[in-house]
Design a binder for this molecule. Sequence first.
Ligand code: FAD
Length: 823
Amino acid sequence: MSEKKARMVIVGGVAAGASAAARARRLSEEAEIVLLERGPDVSFANCGLPYHIGGEITDRERLAVQTPESLRAMLNLDVRAGTEAVEIDREGKRIRVRRVTDGGEEWLDYDKLLLAPGASPVRPPIPGIGDRRVHTLRNLQDMDRIKQAAEGAEAVTVIGAGFIGLEMAEQLQRLGKRVTVVELQDQVLPQMDREMTGPVAGALREAGVELILGDGIEAFEPGAEGVGVRLASGKRWAADEVILSIGVRPESGLATQAGLETGPRGHIVVNEYQQTSDPDIYAAGDVTQTRDPVTGESTTAPLGGPANRQGRLVADHIFRPEGVRPYPGSLGTAIVRVFEVVAGMTGCPEKRLRAAGREIESTVVTDHHHAKYYPGACQLSLKLIWDKSDGRVLGAQATGYKGVDKRIDVLATAIRAGMTVADVADLELAYAPPFGAAKDIVNLAGMAACNIRDGLVRIRTGIPEDEDLQLVDLRPPAMAELSPVDRARSIPLPELRDRLGELDQQKPVATVCALGKLSYFGARILAQHGFDVTSVSGGIRVRRDFTAPAGDIPPDGHGHTSRPSTGGDEPAAGRPASEVVQLDACGLACPGPIMKVKEAVAKLAPGTVLEVRASDGGFATDLPAFCRAAGHEFLGAGREDGVVVGRLRAGRTGDAPATTPPGGADGAGATMVVFSQDMDKALAALVIANGALAMGGPATIFFTFWGLNVLRKDAPPPVAGKTFMDRMFGWMMPRGPRKLPLSNMHMAGMGTNLMKWRMASKNLPDLPGLLEEAKKNGARLVACSMSMEAMGLRREELIDGVEVGGVADFLGATSATRANLFI
Ligand code: FAD
């Protein structure tokens, strides 16, 4: 195009349009550039709109990146705000425009025309949609309306849990509104793979947002008291205001009227230089469809980055066509912050590739955003998706608190460069402890992918249902007890090599753990021992975070969840203020934080408040479960700067000392020494203990010498370092409550079995049942440490919940009870 005579007319003055205009001027001082914008503003920051509504961006003026006047002054543009393009005459190369204020019209000639009118929010034709309290958000005027309406609103409903919907939900919640989010899909952020969105849903619920998934809007019912929101399921409630954020539709009316080619959903079809089916008419931004570089198919990416780059390319192609690089397509790289959780994606999600029948593989790894030993390390999960045949990276998604942007950007670059997972494993990324790790999570994901490609591990997603499969939970016992996996046999990883005999080599095995790491290690051990084994990718944590209802955090008055209560600082009525002990469990992966809490709480006096900081994302759900199991009072959990902060008040159960007054409330209570291994005597001791507990007193049973056999496990784990004599003793003595003989009439087992049968037939509890009941009721079962030494018994051979103590322990307990018995 000859520069001197060039007249470029641009329809749409925001992202793509303004970008094209600015670049055009820098390339040609001579060209006449006309920028038409229907609204009053040009080049404003639509991505910032939610943040002004929520008050994070306080100064409205900052959203107006440029004004018509500044564009005129800086770029010598003919900016016509408040002017709508209404018709294109391709033959005559002219466009009809109408002033919004007075309806005045004129025709403008063009040499080159750029259509950058964007996309408008979808407003489906459902009843009540026209009510003034049902808003959509696209420009500064919408923003002003919503901001004003929100001021007087208490309850706001957001329809649509995509990127913008969630930004709005976050900002409205920040303003103290009661926010409900409705999403048709059964997940938030439907653009992403479901398992990566759990932490986002968790963050919303934790913050008190009510989330309704898998349900769609049926109608709005405007009324004096608000807008009734009715869903397909029949659910209905009243909202003061509604934000509709269910997608956008391309504003391609001008193009279709001019006979330009459009795609199946109305987007303008363009070539790699953004030319439409008419080479003198270009189109850029949300109104166009583009190429998906991963699949090679047409796609849409209504995002700021693509719009800006496409606009710039159009100017290049018009004013310096030689050497201009074609548009490479849009990967759909996107990111969102929802309270403290950040979720990002680039490339294709797994679900889309699978639906298209593409042969792919994927893995999810979880680690920290920088060296875990450096303060402030936050958990981060990264999913990598690659082509099964050549290992080329096709997509990546990340969820975490910090560092999501960096990983997504690195992987967006890797996808653009056509890298394979092996290339990603080899990437040399910036590392010092405050910034990353020697093996960054991006490298780890690449390595995990290579392990799969190299056949070192076979993975599966989700917990298998197959009855024939042996499921092995490799987490430490405390975690396996706290959140058991259905049908799984608990074999902690360090014990796996010694307990291979418990598994049937003829049947397939699946290993599982919290985050997928132990499960991979275990799968390697099993594979090398000849087992047919698969490892559950990402562990149970990804799944549980998804389904966890609000992290078990106690509700406040509105049914909304809360940050941890001040616990000891603000005592509950009648309870003295107590000390708050701090515990830092950051940088520890599951189950590290819970193990650390367990240790710490054992040293605390009852009533002491423990405040724990943990970077492990699942700690918010693990802590309440731990408190329930160990008898401590859970005071709440919340997040600060990406770290879970949880509080508990130490109770008397677990390892904490008893607080019951001596002799119990009314002086009841019993202390017993069980010296015998006879079933009947142990039964008697437990009956007395349970009775004492029922009467409100404490009960301590001190098991010594043969009495220790009452506490032995049926199937103890192999114990390293035992002498031959220790093992001999072990073989000779009865193992646990089911194996104990009667003191009289044992008759080589016949009498004992007869007694067990009679007790069962009269519905009397058996010894294991009484033991469990006593433990549940709070009895202290103390194994004499000296006798254990003498008999070569180790703690791990005793049933759970047993304390190991000495004579001082026994004597201390006797001083608190009236009945002291020797059995
Ligand atoms: P627009 O920016 O919509 O501009 C088109 C302009 O054309 C409009 O101002 C319209 O008034 C005008 N117009 C339309 N028809 C005519 C006509 N006939 N005559 C004259 N003028 C006309 N993207 C991200 O990547 N990250 C984000 O965080 C992000 N957040 C967002 C938050 C919100 C609330 C919104 C609304 C969008 C967000 N986006 C985000 C998307 C991003 O803003 C868009 O992808 C981008 O603005 C598209 O640019 P565009 O130039 O194609 O269209």
